[in-house]
Design a protein around this ligand. Structure first.
Ligand code: NAG
Ligand code: NAG
Ligand code: NAG
Ligand code: NAG
Length: 348
């Protein structure tokens, strides 16, 4: 009898919620933004070994990746194609993805070798670190639709050491490469992979829309320069959820180009959601700016051993706006400043 009395209010709440259209059910489920890009199951699958890939950690597989991906592009199978990377260490130089594909990493590494140069972004006007071009990202995509990078927590390893040393010794000639850069692309899922030791930023969606980064681990040493986790840049609708990042720079840094180039290009980042993101680095948990940013929502963050928990930044002369930033339920541990809002950032 007593029991029934205790339980009754809850049951009543459920009933009321059901009557009101199931709002109770929605509130109880774990909040998520990942629905903006539905997960695809691909009808067709090819393996990197079908294209003479060798996962021995010594053979250079750039040509295998290029031919597998151009095969996928040419055949354009309905429902898209999954490129399977079996367990092994697959050394490769930079390569481009194509539309309607899934890059699936079983449990091992995709490594790096040579890095061609590419043009600066129009919203930056130059390489971010140095004038002129920049090294092409290890995995790159331009003008794509419907791209998934996923797997069983396989690792994309940038072997960044050599790059961080060049940066420290000031011997770099051009701006360092990212591990993954997608430009002008839409409907992107990056999930269940590990990004490790990027030379520079790890995941850089720029001029993209509808991007989900979920169940992703990003690892780089605490003293590795500029190894940001995810940098949504001039991109609307980016969902970053259930990620662990331990890096040498901001975990999530929302951007929209830089200086007069960013202002002229005029594409804000907006609709950026960060949820259940945990990690540490010497700079900030979440940074926004110093450019034009709006509609950022972040909750359930767990930030530790970090300089600044939340960093909202701009600089005089920047123009534009940073507005409608909502951040809640942040757990900070061993953090220098919980929140910093400042207008004296040069270009960070
Ligand atoms: C990748 O695509 C870009 C165009 O977006 C092209 O300039 C570049 O040569 C391609 N790189 C490789 C390695 O295929
Ligand atoms: C993320 O991981 C959870 C739990 O392992 C899994 O249920 C979910 O499908 C994953 N999400 C994606 C987008 O892969
Ligand atoms: C992948 O890594 C995530 C942490 O980012 C972890 O929660 C998940 O259990 C791992 N999945 C597998 C299959 O190892
Ligand atoms: C503020 O941002 C949230 C997303 O974080 C969005 O849902 C809301 O519509 C925005 N409000 C305005 C006034 O734009």
């Amino acid at each position: 009898m007593v029991r029934w009395l205790l339980v009754a209010p809850a049951l009543l709440a459920v009933l009321l919620a059901v009557l009101r259209g199931g709002a109770f059910v929605v509130a109880e489920a774990e909040a998520t933004c990942s629905g903006i890009v539905p997960m695809k199951s691909r009808e067709k699958m090819v393996s990197i070994t079908d294209f003479r890939g060798v996962g021995d950690g010594e053979t250079l597989n750039t040509a295998a990746f290029e031919s597998a991906i151009s095969h996928i592009a040419q055949h354009n199978a309905p429902g898209g194609t999954l490129l399977y990377i079996p367990a092994g260490v697959w050394l490769t130089g930079a390569f481009n993805l194509t539309s309607h594909m899934t890059l699936f990493l079983a449990k091992d590494a995709v490594d790096t070798w040579n890095w061609p140069l590419t043009d600066p972004l129009p919203s930056y006007g130059r390489g971010r670190e140095l004038p002129g071009g920049r090294y092409m990202s290890l995995i790159q995509g331009n003008g794509l639709r419907d791209v998934t990078i996923t797997g069983e927590n396989g690792t994309i390893d940038g072997q960044g050491d050599v790059w961080w040393n060049m940066w420290r010794q000031k011997t770099l000639r051009f701006t360092r490469p990212h591990l993954l850069e997608l430009m002008h692309s839409t409907d992107v899922i990056i999930s269940n992979v590990v990004f490790q030791d990027s030379p520079f930023w790890n995941i850089h969606p720029v001029y993209c829309s509808n991007v989900v980064v979920k169940n992703v681990t990003v690892l780089a040493p605490y003293d590795s320069a500029d190894t940001d986790g995810v940098d949504p840049d001039s991109s609307p609708n980016v969902c970053i959820e259930d990620c662990y990042m331990s890096t040498g720079d901001d975990l999530v840094a929302v951007k929209s180009g830089r200086d007069e180039y960013g202002i002229a290009y005029s594409r804000p980042s907006s609709g950026i959601t960060g949820r259940r993101v945990a990690g540490s680095n010497p700079y900030a948990g979440i940074a926004t700016g110093s450019e034009t940013i709006e509609n950022v929502f972040a909750e359930n963050l767990d930030v530790f051993k970090t300089g600044i928990g939340i960093h909202i930044k701009t600089n005089s002369g920047r123009g534009g706006f940073i507005r409608n930033i909502t951040i809640s339920d942040v757990n900070l541990n061993d953090v220098g400043k919980a929140l910093r809002i400042a207008g004296n950032n040069h270009f960070r």
